[in-house]
Each structure stands twice: as C-alpha cells, then as structure tokens.
Write a protein that binds this ligand. Structure first.
Ligand code: PNS
Length: 168
C-alpha cells in the first residue's frame, strides 16, 4: 500500500544544485520519508559518476538537518513508478522553474498516475533558483568558472578539488 507520507524526489543530480536542495528541504517539511533518487541511463555517460552524485547528495542533505527520514539511492532499470511502489511512496515531487518545466513534466505526471495511481506534486522553485540548472553548472564548471553561487558547499568543494580530476 503506497503512502502519501512517503515521497520520491527523482532527478539526474549531475550535479546537485541549490535548486535541488531547496526542493528537497521543502519536501522534507511535507513528508515523513523522502527517497532522493538519482535516475540514470546506464548507456549515457554524465559528468559525475553515480557514486559521486550519491555522496554529494548525502553530504548536501546532511547540512539541511531535515526532520524526517531521508534515503538517497539510485535507479537505472524500469519505471520510476515501480520504484515508488516498492518503497511505499504515493507521491513524486518535482521542482518547477518555468512554464517549460510544466510542459515537460505534465505528460510524465499524467502517465505515471495512469500506471500506478502515484501522484506528482510540483513545488515552485524559489525565484532565486529559477535560472539554476545542472546543465548550466556543468557548462560553467567545464570552462573553469565559479559555480559556488549555484551549488551546495560539498558540490562546490568537489568541483573545485583535485579529487575530481582523479575520478575522470
Ligand atoms: O534532473 P532531471 O534530468 O530533470 O531529471 C529528470 C527525471 C529523471 C526526474 C525525469 O526524466 C523522470 O522523472 N524520469 C522517470 C521516467 C518517467 O517517469 N517516465 C514517465 C513514465 S513512462
């Protein structure tokens, strides 16, 4: 039985941004248990390895001191709604920055609801984060710019560190 007190916050998180963390923090105030899920296609190579995304998410979420239980995991096979059902989550939470995000997310929300009855809850992004995206951060980082205004501290530290060069 799925519960509306358990929610999944899915994303690529490549890398996690301040916008992601704002949505996770606010979802943490609405639900008793959150599953922050790195959804990825094993055939597609992102900027950061999955285990690095997981570690950076865990470190960034720890800084938020959320009241409920938070599970950070990854998912690469099958339907997202199957993961949600397996963990007893009745809700998917998505952050919305723009009308384009609504257009992109709406068909997925409708189909996911048809598939298993899971509901999608849209949280409107803080306007301060409306231009922040992982792809923008990747571009700025690749060109040697300062990404610290757009990402949580652990992500900024990682992207600026020698460790990253070793991983790639
Ligand atoms: O961080 P992103 O890249 O915007 O994350 C996108 C993601 C993974 C959250 C989105 O693509 C998604 O929800 N994928 C799951 C697949 C799904 O639900 N498909 C609709 C049913 S077929």
């Amino acid at each position: 039985m799925s519960s509306n007190r358990v929610a999944v916050v899915p994303g690529s998180f490549d890398p996690p941004t301040r916008g992601h963390l704002d949505v996770i923090r606010r979802a943490g105030g609405l639900y008793d248990e959150l599953h922050v899920l790195v959804v990825h296609n094993p055939d597609k190579h992102g900027m950061l390895p999955i285990e690095v995304r997981l570690r950076l998410l865990e470190e960034s979420i720890a800084e938020e001191r959320l009241p409920g239980r938070v599970v950070v995991g990854s998912w690469s096979s099958g339907l997202l709604v199957d993961y949600a059902r397996d963990v007893g989550a009745g809700v998917l939470v998505k952050g919305i920055r723009s009308p384009q995000d609504v257009s992109y997310e709406t068909p997925m929300a409708v189909v996911n609801n048809h598939l298993t009855g899971v509901e999608t809850v849209f949280l409107l992004a803080d306007p301060a984060n409306s231009v922040v995206s992982s792809s923008l951060v990747r571009q700025v980082a690749a060109l040697g710019g300062d990404v610290s205004p757009y990402v949580p501290g652990p992500v900024s530290a990682y992207l600026g560190s020698a460790e990253r060069t070793l991983d790639e």
